[in-house]
Design a protein around this ligand. Structure first.
Ligand code: NAP
Length: 351
């Protein structure tokens, strides 16, 4: 029999905005029975463009404790039993959804890319500061134990000496030509493009492997970028981040083919680390002569609960930002994405 989380754990009551793919993944993980959970999560409300869609979603993903189902997002923001709104809409709507939720005094966990550009993110964080609510970009992979262990190995234990170069790719075969024009992966009005959808992950590994610091403490690399565009959205992006100390991170993304399993290589003066596997589950280190060591990071479900538990702990302790993904880090990443798009040519109407 599996153990339930202890009753005195921080408890968060969630309102879910949108019933697409990512909301289904997130909610499935949130309701997982985890003996080692650091927080208790209750799905209180689902908001969708249609009540029927909301009902189907709730029946499928939260059968144990049926939430309130609303045919609008506004009703979720207004529901007094909701503490925090999870936003799983296409990124073009994130700024509006965040501002609306904050205006109702709700905490917010918003999917990546947090907004279309850095200026929109600044507007959201200014509103959150005014209302005193918690807001975080849902960069879930930053909360993986693998990510934190890797940073210790690279930057504290120096297992590969001094980092010299990082290669990271995240590409998916999305068969873009076959998608309808209103697909969020094709329509720039919905925030289409490989960079904000998946290139943001390559960039994350590229930044965290090159520099132990984040947000305002991190070094700002110079950027050289190129994009392949179709109908104004990037179907492929490549960027070189060059640091003042000579380290380079080469980060790439594409919507035309799938990344090889070994999606990231971190090279140092005394060896290299290779990251591989679906949803970043394995790390190997070695050098040309020594036997490689493999570290496997197993997890139940997909691993969205790590960020959700962190959010619950922050809110229960009165914080409005998370130290792993603070507001300044979201803004730093978006500023880099803005610059990559400025050089590469992908534009959104809000730029
Ligand atoms: N963390 C991750 O691993 C991950 C993975 C995939 C996606 N994401 C992020 O999650 C967000 C949503 O991606 P997704 O793959 O879940 O998208 P999706 O499957 O297309 O779902 C998006 C949902 O947003 C709502 N929506 C509101 N206005 C819309 C419009 N004009 N067009 C389309 N949908 C609209 C719809 O829900 P209702 O009809 O119910 O309102 C729709 O089902 C994106 O920002 C993406 O970057 C994150």
């Amino acid at each position: 029999m599996s153990a339930m989380p202890a009753p005195d754990l921080p408890t968060l009551r969630w309102g879910i905005i949108a019933t697409g793919l990512i909301s289904s993944w997130f909610v499935k993980d949130l309701v997982l029975d985890r003996p080692d959970a650091k927080a208790r999560h209750i799905i209180k409300a689902i908001g969708s463009s249609s009540r029927e869609k909301g009902q189907v979603f709730a029946q499928q993903y939260c059968p144990q404790e049926p939430p309130s189902i609303y045919g609008s997002y506004q009703e979720v923001y207004a529901d007094p039993s909701v503490d925090i709104v999870y936003i799983g809409t296409p990124h073009a709507f994130h700024v509006r959804n965040c501002l609306d939720a904050i205006a109702h005094g709700k905490h917010v966990l918003c999917e990546k890319a947090f907004t279309l550009n850095a200026s929109q993110a600044r507007e959201v964080f200014a509103a959150a500061k005014d209302r005193g609510v918690f807001v975080m970009e849902a960069m879930w992979t930053r909360f993986f134990p693998l990510m934190r262990d890797l940073q210790v190995k690279i930057h504290e234990e120096n297992v590969i000496g001094r980092v010299q170069r990082v290669f990271c790719d995240f590409s998916l075969d999305m068969d873009i030509d076959s998608l309808p024009d209103d697909s969020r992966l094709k329509n720039p009005d919905l925030g289409a493009g490989s960079l904000l959808d998946i290139g943001i992950y390559s960039l994350t590994w590229g930044l965290l492997a090159a520099d132990p610091n984040i947000a305002s403490k991190a070094q700002m690399p110079s950027i050289l970028a190129s994009q392949k565009l179709a109908n104004g959205a990037d179907v492929a992006t490549s960027a070189i981040l060059s640091y003042p100390n000579g380290v380079q991170s080469i980060v790439t993304s594409s919507l035309s083919f799938a990344t090889a399993p070994q999606f990231c290589r971190i090279e140092g003066t005394e060896g290299f680390i290779i990251l591989e596997g679906p949803v970043h589950s394995k790390a190997r280190d070695g050098d040309a002569t020594a036997e490689a060591r493999t570290f496997i990071f197993d997890k139940p479900g997909m691993g969205f609960y790590w960020e959700a538990d962190a959010v619950a702990i922050d809110i229960s302790e009165g914080r409005t930002e998370n130290e792993i993904m603070p507001w300044g880090e979201t803004i730093r990443v978006l500023e880099i994405l803005d610059e990559v798009r400025r050089q590469g040519g992908a534009r959104y109407s809000c730029d």
